[in-house]
Write a protein that binds this ligand. Sequence first.
Ligand code: ADP
Ligand code: MG
Length: 256
Amino acid sequence: MTAVRVRDLRVRLDGTVIVDGVDLDVARGEWVTVIGPNGAGKSTALRAIGGLLPFTGTVELDGTPVDRLHRRERARTIATVSQSPTVPPGMLVFDYALLGRTPYIAPLGRESAADLAAVEEVLGSLDVARFAGRRLETLSGGERQRVFLARALAQGAGILLLDEPTSALDIGHQQEVLELIDRLRGERSLTVLMTMHDLTTAGEYADRMVLLAEGAVAAAGTAREVLTEDNLAKHYRVRVRVIEGDHGPLVVPVRS
Ligand code: ADP
Ligand code: MG
């Protein structure tokens, strides 16, 4: 079963074509990582797939066109963590994670015991339960990133869209968050579609990768197929050496 099916996706912002005919499939339970230089259209493509931007073409989530899902239904299907989520000033970590339950709470209604339990469970599994009563803005980047993930997981959606979830993190917290996503993917049978800049790490975790350049798919396949010296030289204008590692290619920039 295909969790995310994208055909001929086009997005225009202020009259400029930003995403220019993208095809992409993510099977249920699969982890696909989109890479590409700054400005390639990664965030824009993800926002369109999440139903957050108008587009032309087809985006189907679990077989249903995203534009036919109502807001609440969509939120139960797909959870997005944007590149730099807004941190509402003064909001407590618990209340922030509880926002993920909005699609289950009746308009003007109150959260149920089940909603509270779901949030507690998710905060626990992300190891941030001890911050529940803290204001979100007082957390470190790594802690905060885990809370953003907690909000998305509390949503109970089967598809996770993560835009550079590790960019703000040091190498240790990067690894921790990626391991965590992978563990949760197994435990909760999640489908993961994300963007990431660190190419070696991206290749280690993704089942498949998509290289986006100037709004179009320049390469797609396994890390070995996508992370080639030629592809990277051409689309990132970078000189790299690609070395065979234990878990896939290692991308090493080399100076001239
Ligand atoms: P990426 O995530 O790959 O770095 P983005 O999707 O954020 O790229 O942006 C792709 C391009 O779209 C960039 O050139 C950016 O300047 C442009 N862009 C983003 N938002 C707008 C907008 N509202 N109007 C016009 N251009 C935009
Ligand atoms: Mg981006």
